[in-house]
Write a protein that binds this ligand. Structure first.
Ligand code: AP5
Ligand code: MG
Length: 209
């Protein structure tokens, strides 16, 4: 199965992906996580992506499609969960060319903008292990700002107010048309992304039967 998780920034794609990949035994590819790792490592890809990401803009389609093509070549025949990809209709068409006849389902997590802004402004992440702290979920960062693994807890560079607003605008302008793309191909599932992470996951399981 190829499963695509669509949804606004902060809709809970990463949170749900952790649960889905275990339950359905899928490889998880988050293009955002991959790009952040490239920025942290200072690779050529990271140098190219950094300014786009910090401005809340999308990294160019050809760069992203190159990454996906390489990933699918290395993982032919395996079930994959895409998180944060495709984000433009051009990327969705490119993925279809790469996959050809494989069975694809796209699941859109729906959360309103106000909820997204609250979630993202509160999010803190460990630089080492990636653990997400969010007081809104009762997961508070420890006092010394050190993660349980010892890593530094920080705020993502794109989780500041102005960049969140840009990411939302880019989502509505460029990524929402991707939802229509999959609706047109009868591959779309819609899931309400509000409520606790477990409640949302319960809805995802029902949608995927
Ligand atoms: P990316 O990393 O994909 O970020 P995003 O889509 O903006 O989404 P987030 O990762 O912020 O949110 P999420 O939906 O994963 O939610 P999460 O589970 O973390 O992309 C970053 C950038 O990389 C892009 O802006 C772009 O520049 C570039 N990029 C990436 N892919 C690209 C592509 N394909 N093409 C071009 N450019 C690309 O949850 C968010 C917060 O909410 C957390 O704190 C969490 O604890 C909390 N939360 C989650 N679920 C709940 C719940 N049910 N109730 C309350 N709180 C919750
Ligand atoms: Mg994410």
């Amino acid at each position: 199965m190829i499963l695509i998780l669509l949804g606004a920034p902060g809709a809970g794609k990463g949170t749900q992906a952790e649960k889905i990949k275990v339950e359905y035994n899928l490889l998880h590819l988050s293009t955002g996580d991959l790009l952040r790792a490239a920025v942290a490592d200072g690779t050529e890809l990271g140098k190219l992506a950094k300014d786009y990401m910090n401005a809340g803009k999308l990294v160019p389609d050809d760069v992203i499609l190159g990454i996906i093509r390489d990933f699918m070549k290395e993982n032919t025949g395996k079930g994959v969960l895409f998180d944060g990809f495709p984000r433009t209709v051009m990327q969705a068409g490119g993925l279809d060319e790469i996959l050809r006849d494989e069975k694809v389902r796209a699941l859109s997590l729906e959360v309103d903008d106000e909820q997204v802004i609250k979630r993202l402004s509160a999010r803190r992440v460990c630089r080492e292990c990636g653990k997400v702290y969010n007081p809104a979920l009762g997961i508070n960062p420890p006092k010394e700002n050190a993660c349980e693994c010892g890593g530094e807890i920080y705020q993502r560079d794109d989780d500041h107010a102005e960049t969140i607003a840009n990411r939302l605008k880019v989502y509505h302008d460029q990524t929402e048309p991707v939802i229509e793309y999959y609706r047109g191909k009868s591959q779309l599932l819609i899931v309400n992304g509000t409520g606790t992470p477990d409640e949302v996951f319960g809805r995802i399981r029902e949608a995927l039967v």
